[in-house]
Design a protein around this ligand. Structure first.
Ligand code: AMP
Ligand code: FE
Ligand code: FE
Ligand code: ZN
Length: 275
């Protein structure tokens, strides 16, 4: 049998991706992926909608979520996998995170207005629709209203970490995020550890109950992938991976590009079972 591949980090337009859940499922089928995890920021609406589009295909859909935390002043993204996405407390919690995202979006638009950029929050909410609002929606709005030429320019000039309209999200402890994910039966995985670039945090997160590292990621080169696979062995963590595909925003469609082996998912399921 030919080797089977998966992608455990995919966004839909329920957060800041540009493909609808149906389009994500279609793309995964075209790429002959065996499984994908939909890991939208602070919502599982995209996953639930995608379930309705799998039909009779043998594509496996894994429930996931991506939570934004801070640790020592750094942005840390924690991925949840194999979660009970129907848990009412969890649904309430992420709804609150989405409300905070909307408030932050409004505050960022106010900052842009102070900078003389006459963008209206209505343009942003129209682009975001029912999605969990994020900076990509504001960037798209800035492009649409011709305040910038490109999406990247929007981040470089206004929305990036050190840019003048940037506002951090409300503080969420890594340990709290891990606990939330464990309470709903899921695994907590450190997203793109290479972009965090603070490996010294990893043993601390392991003590908090971290289950895995996202070794394969489109921003990790071959060396980094090997490095994090080795760290998984060292700390007895599951090794996961995905493209972090947000759809073809810049022409490129990353889905499936990381060639993550199906064994990663099998090991994740074993870890859940053996808990
Ligand atoms: P937010 O969750 O609102 O802080 O937005 C974070 C999202 O913005 C990330 O998941 C990326 O999709 C996107 N993003 C962050 N920084 C950049 C950047 N410098 N250039 C392009 N996209 C970015
Ligand atoms: Fe994103
Ligand atoms: Fe992330
Ligand atoms: Zn992501």
């Amino acid at each position: 049998m030919t080797k089977q591949y998966i992608d455990l980090h995919v966004h839909t337009n329920a957060s800041d991706g540009i493909l609808s859940p149906a389009e994500v499922v279609q793309a995964a089928r075209e790429k002959k992926l065996k499984a994908i995890a939909i890991t939208d920021h602070d919502t599982t609406d995209g996953f639930v909608e995608a379930l309705g589009h799998v039909g009779d295909s043998d594509l496996e859909l894994i429930p996931g979520v991506e939570l934004s935390c801070t640790f020592s002043g750094n942005d840390v993204h924690v991925l949840g996998y194999l979660i009970d996405y129907k848990n009412p407390e969890f649904i309430k919690t992420i709804k609150k995170f989405r409300e905070e995202r909307l408030n932050r979006g409004k505050a960022m638009v106010a900052k842009l207005n102070d900078l003389g950029i006459n963008l209206s929050i209505d343009t942003v909410t129209e682009i975001a629709g029912n999605a969990a609002m994020g900076r990509p929606h504001i960037a798209d709005a800035l492009v649409r209203e011709e305040f910038v030429q490109t999406y990247d320019e929007a981040f470089a000039r206004y929305l990036g970490y050190h840019a003048p309209a940037y506002i951090p999200k409300k503080h969420l402890e890594v340990e709290h995020a891990i606990n939330i994910l464990h309470l709903i039966g899921g695994l907590a995985v450190l997203a793109h550890p290479g972009t965090l670039d603070h490996d010294e945090y990893i043993p601390l997160f392991v003590d908090m109950g971290l289950d895995g590292l996202e070794a394969y990621h489109s921003l990790h080169d071959r060396k980094r992938i090997e490095h994090y696979k080795n760290m998984c062995k060292k700390y007895n963590l599951v090794c996961t991976g995905g493209s972090d595909c947000h759809g073809p925003r810049k022409g490129k469609m990353l889905m499936g590009s990381m060639r993550v082996p199906y064994e990663c998912l099998e090991n994740m399921k074993k870890r859940v079972e053996n808990r």
